[in-house]
Design a protein around this ligand. Structure first.
Ligand SMILES: Nc1ncnc2c1ncn2[C@@H]1O[C@H](COP(=O)(O)OP(=O)(O)O)[C@@H](O)[C@H]1O
Ligand SMILES: [Mg+2]
Length: 310
């Protein structure tokens, strides 16, 4: 398989990073003053440049491949991973003058692991840089956040996404219609990665109609719609619902609201077959999930499938 567009077109220098002027200016300033902080926290939604900026910093700091370690806090959540870093970080770099530990999705680390990370940040040797990245800084220990210099990345504007798509289409000599490009821009939610993944999906298709169909809204909307469809079944099956929930990585409160939107649309549709079900869904999903999160969403779905709690 050909390399995915979002990997092939990862900016390698700051000048290619679009729509993150404040962040780029900050990084340039550190480098010019030879004062890159040893604990950096990159925040922002997915696909807007966090990993990209970390890798550019690697180049700017002349860090060798062997001294650049990227780990994903969502895959490796435990304290052992962080302990491993703490044990090894004191050793001198293999080549060059620094080591970088990039910890992606660091909010997903357990409390213990986060506390251990905090200790590592407190006694970081001069040759070590920690670059933490997160889509959800509210789940991060406050003490970690205050210890780091934060670089906040934003969702990309329509204009920037259009520019990125136009650039890639030109380089790849792709002819994609305005309508298809527009739909990509609308569905990517400010994520350059998502936009380029959609481009990958449509570029293999001949027909414009097929291309438009291939661009499904976000995974969150898709999950909400799958749940809603199951809720409309004569007897919603918990096993089917649980399968959707297990795959769900998105914000549960956002999913709840999208489910409510599906139900509302159905309730207001003239002659809706599902009005009664829609009412039940709205009633079951009325409480927000700010405190209970994914567990609360699972409980609401379970209640709807089994009638428990009513
Ligand atoms: N600000 C940006 N300017 C240009 N391309 C970007 C930008 N942000 C992301 N991309 C594109 O999306 C891909 C994934 O971005 P990445 O930095 O990995 O996102 P994340 O914020 O999730 O770490 C990049 O390889 C690049 O193709
Ligand atoms: Mg990333």
């Amino acid at each position: 398989m050909a390399e995915e567009m979002y990997k092939k077109y990862r900016p390698t220098v700051l000048e290619q990073v679009r729509g993150q002027d404040a962040a780029v200016a900050m990084v340039k300033n550190w480098v010019a003053r030879n004062a890159v902080p040893h604990a950096i926290l990159l925040t922002g939604p997915s696909g807007v440049g966090k990993t990209t900026i970390a890798r550019i910093l690697k180049t700017l700091l002349n860090c060798s491949n062997i001294d650049y370690v990227e780990v994903n806090g969502a895959d490796d959540t435990g304290i052992d991973m962080v302990r491993g870093i703490r044990d090894k970080m004191m050793a001198a770099p293999f080549k060059g003058s620094c080591r970088i530990y990039m910890i992606d999705e660091c909010h997903a680390l357990t409390k213990n692991a986060q506390n251990c990370l905090l200790k590592a940040l407190e006694d970081t040797p001069k040759h070590v840089y920690f670059i933490l990245a997160t889509t959800d800084p509210t789940k991060l220990l406050n003490t970690i956040q205050t210890r780091c210099t934060e670089v906040a990345l934003k969702p990309l504007s329509t204009k920037h996404i259009e520019d990125i798509l136009a650039y890639v289409c030109k380089k790849e000599k792709l002819k994609i219609s305005e309508e298809v490009l527009d739909k990509i821009v609308k569905c990517c939610e400010g994520s350059a990665r998502k936009a380029l993944v959609y481009l990958d999906q449509v570029m293999g298709l001949e027909d414009e109609e097929e291309q438009l169909n291939a661009i499904t809204p976000s995974s969150m909307a898709a999950a909400a719609f799958d749940l809603w469809k199951e809720f409309c079944a004569p007897k919603p099956q918990w096993a089917n619902v649980a399968a959707v929930l297990r795959e769900l990585k998105d914000d549960p409160e956002g999913v709840r609201r999208l489910i409510l939107a599906c139900a509302r649309a159905s309730l207001l549709k003239p002659g809706s077959k599902y009005a009664a079900r829609a009412y039940l869904v709205i009633d079951t999903f009325r409480d927000n999930l700010y405190d209970t999160g994914a567990a609360g969403l699972a409980a609401q779905c379970y209640e709807l499938c089994t009638g428990v709690g009513r």
